[in-house]
Design a protein around this ligand. Structure first.
Ligand code: FDA
Length: 292
């Protein structure tokens, strides 16, 4: 219930206006969203962590905004070190306006990333965009075989998706939105996550295990050992600001540990989705609403 309410709030323009103008939210924002992205990335990589950087932006209403998003990504690439990955939301590149438009924009970002020794991963968003996401991913892979894609374990067809993604870089996560028919009980989502993990670890994909869940992290490393993958054969991914001590510990143990670093002014929907996952941080957020 609370999660549903928070996800609805993430789309509310009124709440967005209240929260983004409140000084009280600054502490929460700083914790989850990079202010100076180049400095944050430098610190993380010095600590032995890998990064995937997301220029925050949600669905765009017109072609000019999609072009602006592309320019934002091209500028971002200039700030990042070789080996970095960028995470891209296709709706910010115009997916809901036209699949072809989003494909063209994503291809431009992939080409620019490849010329700098970087990769691109396509984030998964609301359920109605998932077929378009995979269609664009399949088309991009012909030219850019290392472009990654996200699979959300809460979707019942996630296992099928994983089976079809042989050879691809696949980020597996629980899923941050809602969808009709999606698994809702945490235990069902976790079971689906493990079924997907088994397929990815046993197959030819490069699994990117995106979770903060200690139990799933243990299962991932056990499955990797069972399937004969060493630590270079998969990676762990966590969000900037979430379990930073564990991120450092994993890197020290030799894991390929990648941190998802979001930055940019359009942080409101991203932040509310994070708060929906972690009600412990809600107090800050609610105080910023009622203190106006
Ligand atoms: P969950 O939130 O269920 O927590 C499980 C356990 O993890 C907790 O019980 C606790 O033990 C531990 N934990 C979690 N947060 C903690 C904290 N702050 N402090 C201490 N312990 C904590 N979603 C999507 O739909 N599309 C996408 O493209 C992406 N991309 C993405 C990239 C990366 C790198 C990550 C890590 C996540 C995503 N997600 C995503 C979000 C994902 O779907 C999911 O909503 C969040 O990761 C939260 O789920 P967890 O697996 O972390 O477990």
């Amino acid at each position: 219930m609370l999660r549903q309410a928070m996800l609805a709030l993430s789309k509310s323009r009124r709440a967005e206006r209240l929260v983004t103008t409140s000084p009280l939210t600054a502490g929460v924002v700083e914790r989850y969203v990079a202010g100076d992205v180049a400095a944050v990335v430098r610190d993380l990589t010095r600590g032995g962590l890998l990064v995937t950087v997301a220029h925050l932006g949600e669905e765009v209403a017109g072609e000019s905004r999609a072009e602006e998003a592309v320019r934002g990504y091209l500028a971002l690439l200039d700030l990042l070190p070789t080996g970095a990955d960028v995470s891209v939301k296709l709706t910010a590149l115009g997916l809901r306006l036209s699949q072809q438009l989003a494909l063209g924009h994503a291809a431009e970002i992939c080409a620019a990333a490849a010329s700098r020794g970087m990769t691109v991963t396509l984030d998964a968003e609301e359920h109605d965009t998932v077929p378009g996401l995979h269609a664009v991913h399949a088309a991009l892979r012909r030219e850019h075989p290392d472009v990654g894609v996200v699979v959300q374990a809460y979707l019942p067809d996630s296992l099928d998706r994983c089976e079809k993604l042989g050879g691809a870089r696949v980020r597996l996560c629980k899923g941050a939105y809602t969808a009709p028919g999606a698994y809702k009980r945490p235990i069902d989502i976790d079971r689906s996550f493990v079924r997907c993990l088994k397929v990815l670890m046993a197959g030819t994909a490069y699994p990117m295990v995106a979770t903060h869940d200690p139990r799933l992290l243990r299962i991932a490393s056990t499955l990797a050992v069972l399937e004969g993958r060493d630590q270079s054969g998969y990676e762990l991914q966590m969000l900037y600001g979430v379990r930073p001590g564990e991120q450092a510990r994993q890197a020290q143990l030799g894991a390929r540990m990648r941190v998802y670093v979001p930055y940019g002014d359009e942080w409101y929907p991203y932040l509310v989705r994070r708060l929906a996952e972690r009600p412990a941080n809600l107090a800050f957020f609610l105080r910023s609403l009622v203190s106006r």
